[in-house]
Design a protein around this ligand. Sequence first.
Ligand SMILES: Cc1cc2nc3c(=O)[nH]c(=O)nc-3n(C[C@H](O)[C@H](O)[C@H](O)COP(=O)(O)OP(=O)(O)OC[C@H]3O[C@@H](n4cnc5c(N)ncnc54)[C@H](O)[C@@H]3O)c2cc1C
Length: 473
Amino acid sequence: MEQILDIDVAVLGGGLAGHCAALAAAERGASVLLLEKCAEPGGSTVTSAGSFALAGTDLQAAVGVQDSPQQLAEELMRVSGGHAEPALVQTYVEEQAETYEWLKRQGVLFHKISLSSSTNVPRTHPTNSRQLIAALHEQVRKQPLIRYLPNTRATRLEFGGDGRVQGVHLQSGENEYEARVRGGVVIATGGFSRSPELIRKFAPELINAPAWGGAGNEGDGLKMAWALGADVADMGFVNATFGVAINHYPDTEARADDELLLRMAMYRGGIAVNLEARRFADESQSYKKLATACLAQPRGIAFQIFDQAIMDQSVPNPSVNDLQGAFDKGVIKRADSWGELARQLGIDGPTLEGTVERYNGFVAAGQDLEFGRQTLGGGFGKPVALGTAPFYALPCSAAVLSTYAGVRVSPSTQVQNVFGDAIEGLYAAGEVVGGFHGAGYMSGSSLGKAAIFGRIAGRQAASRAAARTDSAT
Ligand SMILES: Cc1cc2nc3c(=O)[nH]c(=O)nc-3n(C[C@H](O)[C@H](O)[C@H](O)COP(=O)(O)OP(=O)(O)OC[C@H]3O[C@@H](n4cnc5c(N)ncnc54)[C@H](O)[C@@H]3O)c2cc1C
């Protein structure tokens, strides 16, 4: 084992939380090592739809949306089924406005806001996720206090005799190193969607569901923290996400070069039907709940059905609303009649016609007698009838994209052990953290959480380094 350097802060993982933590620590004058296991930075962040859940912004005001941090806090608690830690939620809403401005100062571009799942007012603030990471990574590259190491995996935390985390073991190719830290280690290794071992342990019902998310998201940070006695939260709430396109339908096999296309026509007014051409759920529900319903359908396959009026609302960002893009890639099918659309999908035409007719009748009557749909999504907007030809269908399924469960932290991001005590020198932020989303998930709140708590973790670890340096002199 060769010691490579003494530094103030080590940040494990080069996704959104890791970039924000590294930059925030360096802003406080700390020397930082930012490690990324893969060749490229970005993790799940770069594959994401790029939406941030924020409240009371200029972009909301520009389209006349009234919202406030307190309303956001209430919604986050409601969506979590009451399982979120109120102190974490409170910290999120107190810090979100400042973090939004900070991200813009780093060069991140926010686009026009739109409605997504589980938000009672439009508050998902879209970015382009590639631009998001590119902008932050450029800042990292320009910051002389940050040393960025790609293709370098953190393997173990070093716990000292004084009861604090004092270093991290690294592996790069055949070489192993140890980095010693004065301030602390920030775990920002993302979720564990790519770990069959951990999915089997916590969500065995999802073991056969397709897995997406960052290629390196295998739960490494979670395991390293466990090894030191870290407590965990929300492990029982790991769920899949509805709306992942089946790119080559009717061939349902994924191909190695497949692009992940997550699309949500249902929150614009589309309906979802199964292979029997029948609806199976209230489509306004969270895409997490729709995922469970979808996986219970024949072969776990569904079709998002919509019309030209919905296609006309397609926008490139957030990508979940980029229906035109998915059509251009040949993934969304189009036909001039419901019968022809059904033929392309290999489902029964008269049944699909009947399903749409019945649904349109419910919309006209203002009452969905089948599944009780009352809104477009998350309590916002009114359902619309489907009748403007041509008609469209997106063959899709549910996949494990994100896990949203993991180590328990205090609002200042210190990792807690199973007895509720802080593990000195150990911080965590982003998807590796549990206790924030609870049993549900508000769209945009994971990127928001990664940025907000990533910055807090970086600041905390840097302050600790400064305090230790002061006391040593
Ligand atoms: C398709 C998709 C769409 C999504 N859309 C949205 C959305 O619109 N809004 C939203 O809020 N959320 C969304 N999410 C979820 C969101 O993208 C993630 O929860 C969030 O990006 C997590 O950020 P992070 O920094 O914690 O982790 P990541 O961005 O995943 O970064 C973690 C990094 O750590 C690295 N790493 C792992 N282990 C190690 C190790 N041992 N050593 C060094 N590095 C390591 C990984 O390689 C990875 O680069 C989406 C997710 C997916 C997959």
